[in-house]
Ligand binder design. Structure first.
Ligand code: BES
Ligand code: ZN
Length: 966
């Protein structure tokens, strides 16, 4: 293949053209759309001029540094309005068999700096030559001298531009209009303008839909595809009779027209507000919908007709209004649009996308049916709706200038999603769950030397893969955690005040993250609240350096110190501008300590007066509002363990969960002994609350990963069986022998833990119970007797205990499922079988999109890898097919790092490390895309696991044996 990245190997139709720029010919790589399904080849291919005509091959040029070689747009042109008409064809071309869309676009932009060059993003679009012989026409807009003539036009594949060279300069402050006509493929690739398919009464149906974030609007029409290039969009969609078109704005009318001899419908929309390209959405479908209005805002839920007819949209419709009102109040800003549409799509890569006014979801994230859906499915719907609605202001109305600040956008929505969901479902207590799903989740990666700071430099984030890589646990969960801490120490009132002035000031504009700090500071100044520094200075220590501190409290001396918490204390970390010192708000349990809360600003300068009576304890980081771990002197640990065994309710439940999580992780970092960590689980025989149990099970999962192929497993299972049996009995009684559902949301979760763990550790009563349910369902498939909350765990237990008969039955039910959440439960449970041949067959299914949707492929492989029998099979499978998987499935943003993490999480031997390093080497050329960092993390994790096992195995084995003796 030619110079790296110049001829892109992906597509057959990748080409180059000659731009007549003086003596030196400038070569530009092009891509043609009708190439997707063809075989991939590494050979250089014939160039075209962007209209489908083949030109002679051009030799590979020397690397150049022209404006079109840069990924960022030059600062010369600013778009104002776009008028875009798109016509997706929902039936394939009879000859090529491809689905395509056609379009025209007119973009009016202002020249703010003289230039002879127009660069506008365009990816995989094929242009029709205009009368001038070029790929676009240019005219002056709003009077003024005629526009300069176009001298050359072409497409750059690598940096995804349409490039126009002009015979003369554009004039500063003059407006111009650029017009194009183009076609693109409506591929099933889940990005840009793409197609989704489903069966309805045996008939294949096609939906045309979009996913633009972060950089795929350029795949639908030529645009200045950067978040700061806000403009107003006038959208028109052409579609077949019997279908409906949706976009960000409200439909203003639909007329019948004849285009190319075809009778079609043409739907126009209200022009949008001034907005970023990544928030656009265009959809054509024959979906059904339900609607309501709330204080003048139209709220609609769209989905497949069968789903709407089965009332699966009702729950989403019922929570949207209240959550929208909650955010209007929280932000002190009215919802800026006249309508809020939400649509469930059969094929969708992420969970949901906050397109302004037309939010897209995967079906499991929006559709609910009490007959099939669990409380967990319901909570996911409430919180994901809340997350996306939060973006309508934070992100959409006010947008970060560049992707390097993505963490603030996603972190913010990930924090406030709990507040909105809590407003819709106040009895659930969901706000607490951020501790498990965000803080514990991200502590695990942020304690590695391969972590990274929240904030990146704008110049370090250029290529689309670099942008995609930012959608990680650090941006989402650490972002959420530090904002929750900030709101905690400012008070929610001040936080809201600053937020509201920020949103008002920058409405329809762009910001950098420090603009938010400035507005919070104004609120602080006005209130006179004392802080140890400016918001800016405090937050910099959390945002500009990676990791987090462990606070050590010595109750004997009253000394409180901090240090960088690293899972591997020996690892080398890069230098930090703050020398791994944080400004830490420390809260206490009120007993035993004089000050209610303190600030720790240096590594070791703080002494607190403690009046610790022997046997009494100190507890810091109340409700885990702070993003840090806490360690204590041994005497205090002993008192805390005592408190857990004698009166665990004295310690708030979040902190019980936190003590367990801190202990296990401090042990992994060798700050305390592993035995001390294990001792935090002894009191669980008396614990019935979900949060501490979940925290313990999550941490013990690491023990399973490390030991489930070793002699430790038996004694460990015996210990856990002993611990979980009282919980199983508790729920048996609470549910009157499994006949009623526990009333509390968290109790419902913990019931699942009780059954799941009791069955997997071999409690005969549990196994009989769940196998009985499953057999009864197999005997009469029309009646599923398993309560929806319990289905995931019951299906998994039964399939694990069963063979091909159970597996095939579940697969059949998967194919027949009428709601996506039911299919999802079965898809996960199918990975639970212990039969290698079934697992290998299932692995093959994952890459067959007619069996497993593309959106679900990587997560299915991860499910299989989480099974101890499936793990080596999954690892062989992805090693064998990496380049295929990467090319077919590499587009997804989260899924790639999840895949790498998933298949490598058990790695803990020298051989596995070698294999991993070999894998990295073998695939250097193919690459890992958004999973690049995950490969590094996997290597680091494997080394740490090897160390941990060698240091802990014997004592852990002995402890489990000793602690199961009667
Ligand atoms: N903006 C994202 C969706 C997205 C993610 C687009 C990655 C492109 C790449 C959206 O707001 C989001 O964060 N969705 C989450 C759900 C949320 C509840 C964490 C998702 O899709 O999982
Ligand atoms: Zn988001």
């Amino acid at each position: 293949m030619g110079a790296k990245g110049f001829f892109i190997s992906k597509a057959v139709g990748v080409v180059g053209i000659v731009l007549g720029a003086g003596a030196v010919a400038t070569i530009i790589a092009l891509s043609v759309v009708y190439s997707q399904e063809k075989a991939k080849t590494d050979a250089p291919v014939a160039p075209t001029d962007g209209t489908g005509t083949t030109l002679p091959t051009v030799p590979t040029p020397a690397p150049s540094n022209e404006p079109w070689d840069k990924y960022r747009l030059p600062e010369s042109l600013v778009p104002e309005t776009y008028t875009v008409t798109l016509h997706p064809r929902l039936i394939p071309d009879p000859i090529t068999k491809l689905y395509i869309f056609t379009g025209t676009s007119h973009v009016v932009f202002k020249c703010v700096k003289e230039t002879q060059l127009i660069l506008i993003h365009s990816n995989k679009l094929n242009y029709t030559k205009a009368l001038n012989g070029f790929l676009a026409t240019l005219t002056t807009e709003g009077g003024g001298a005629p526009a300069p003539a176009i001298k050359s036009s072409g497409l750059v594949e690598k940096t995804q531009y349409l490039v126009l060279q002009l015979s003369d300069s554009l004039v500063k402050d003059q407006k111009y209009k650029l017009s194009t006509t183009f076609t693109g493929e409506l591929a099933d690739d889940l990005g840009g303008f793409y197609r989704s398919e489903y069966l309805e009464n045996g008939v294949k149906k096609i939906v045309a839909t979009t996913q633009m974030q972060p950089t795929d609007a350029r795949k639908a029409f030529p645009c200045f595809d950067e978040p700061a290039m806000k403009a107003i969009f006038h959208i028109t969609l052409v579609h077949a009779h019997g279908t409906r078109a949706l976009s960000n704005g409200m439909e203003t009318g639909t007329t019948d027209q004849t285009i190319d001899g075809m009778s079609v419908q043409v739907t126009t929309f209200e022009p949008t507000k001034k907005m970023s390209t990544y928030l656009l959405a265009f959809i054509v479908s024959d979906f059904g919908f339900i609607q309501t209005t709330l204080e003048g805002v139209l709220i609609r839920i769209f989905a497949r007709k069968a789903a709407i007819d089965a009332n699966q949209g009702e729950y989403a419709l019922s929570v949207t209004g209240p959550i929208l009102k909650f955010f209007e109040n929280y932000y002190n800003a009215t919802y800026p649009l006249p309508k809020s549409d939400q649509i469930a799509l059969p094929d969708f890569n992420a969970g949901a996308m906050e397109n302004w006014g037309l939010i897209t979801y995967r079906e499991t994230a929006l559709l609910y049916d009490a007959k099939y859906s669990s409380n967990s499915n319901k909570e996911r719907i409430a919180s994901i709706i809340s997350h996306e609605l939060a973006h309508m202001w934070f992100g959409n109305l006010v947008t970060l200038r560049w992707w390097n600040d993505l963490w603030l956008n996603e972190g913010f929505a990930s924090y406030v999603e709990y507040l909105g969901a809590d407003h819709a479902e106040p009895s659930w207590g969901v706000k607490d769950l951020t501790v498990l799903s965000d803080i514990h989740r991200v502590f695990a990666v942020d304690a590695l030397a391969s972590s990274h700071p929240l904030s990146s430099k704008a110049e370090d984030i250029q290529r689309p893969e670099q942008i995609s890589e930012l959608f990680d646990a650090i941006s989402y969960s650490k972002g959420a955690a530090v904002l929750r801490m900030l709101s905690g120490f400012l008070t929610e009132d001040l936080f809201k005040k600053g937020l509201s002035t920020y949103l008002n000031k920058f409405a329809y504009g762009n910001t950098v993250y420090t603009d938010l700090w400035d507005h919070l500071q104004m609120a602080v100044d006005e209130s006179g609240k004392p802080l140890p520094g400016r918001v800016h200075d405090i937050m910099n220590t959390w945002v500009l350096q990676m990791g987090f501190p462990v606070i050590t409290i010595d109750t004997a001396t009253g000394l409180v110190t901090q240090k960088h918490f690293l899972l591997d204390p020996e690892s080398n970390v890069e230098a930090s501008p703050y020398n791994y010192e944080w400004i830490v708000p420390i809260t206490w349990m009120k007993t035993n300590i004089n000050q209610p809360s303190i600030w720790l600003t240096k590594k070791s300068d703080t002494r607190v007066e403690m009046k610790v009576i022997s046997g009494q304890w100190v507890l810091a980081n109340l409700d885990t509002v702070g993003y840090y771990r806490v360690n204590y002197d041994m005497a205090n640990w002993e008192s805390l363990l005592n408190a857990l065994t004698s009166n665990h309710q004295d310690i708030p439940k979040i902190n019980r969960a936190q003590l367990i999580d801190d202990a296990f992780n401090l042990a992994r970092a060798k700050e305390i002994s592993t035995i001390l960590a294990l001792r935090t689980t002894q009191y669980l025989t008396k614990e019935t609350e979900y949060m501490p149990w979940e925290s313990a099970l999550d941490n013990l999962d690491f023990f399973y990963l490390m030991f489930d192929r070793s002699e430790v497993l038996g004694p460990m299972q015996a210990y856990l069986l002993k611990q979980v049996t009282p919980l199983f009995d508790h729920f048996r009684i609470l549910t009157v022998d499994w006949t009623i559902i526990p009333p509390g949301h968290m109790d419902q979760y913990n019931q699942v833990n009780a059954i799941g763990k009791a069955c997997s550790t071999g409690l005969p009563q549990c196994q009989t119970l769940v196998q009985g349910w499953f057999t009864s369902w197999m005997d009469n498939p029309a009646v599923n007797p398993i309560e929806p909350n319990l289905r995931s765990t019951v299906y998994c237990s039964a399939i694990a205990a069963g063979g091909a008969k159970e597996w095939d039955f579940a697969w059949d039910q998967f194919l027949k499922a009428s709601i996506a959440t039911e299919a999802e439960k079965l898809r996960a449970a199918l990975a639970c079988t212990k039969e290698p041949w079934l697992l290998n067959r299932y692995l093959e299914y994952t890459l067959n999109p007619s069996l497993i949707r593309k959106q679900d492929a990587t997560s299915t492989i991860v499910y299989i890898a989480s099974n101890v029998v499936g793990q080596p099979l999954a690892w062989d499978f992805i090693r064998d097919r990496w380049s295929y998987i990467f090319n077919q499935y590499g587009g997804g943003s989260f899924s790639f790092s999840n895949l790498i993490n998933g298949v490598t999480e058990r790695f803990s031997s020298k051989f596995e490390l070698q294999q991993l390093e070999q894998f990295k080497k073998d695939n250097e050329a193919v690459g890992f895309g958004s999973g690049t960092l995950a490969v590094e993390q996997a290597i680091e994790r494997t080394k740490a696991n090897m160390m941990w096992i060698s240091e802990n195995k014997q004592q852990v084995l002995k402890w489990f044996v000793d602690n199961t003796l009667p």
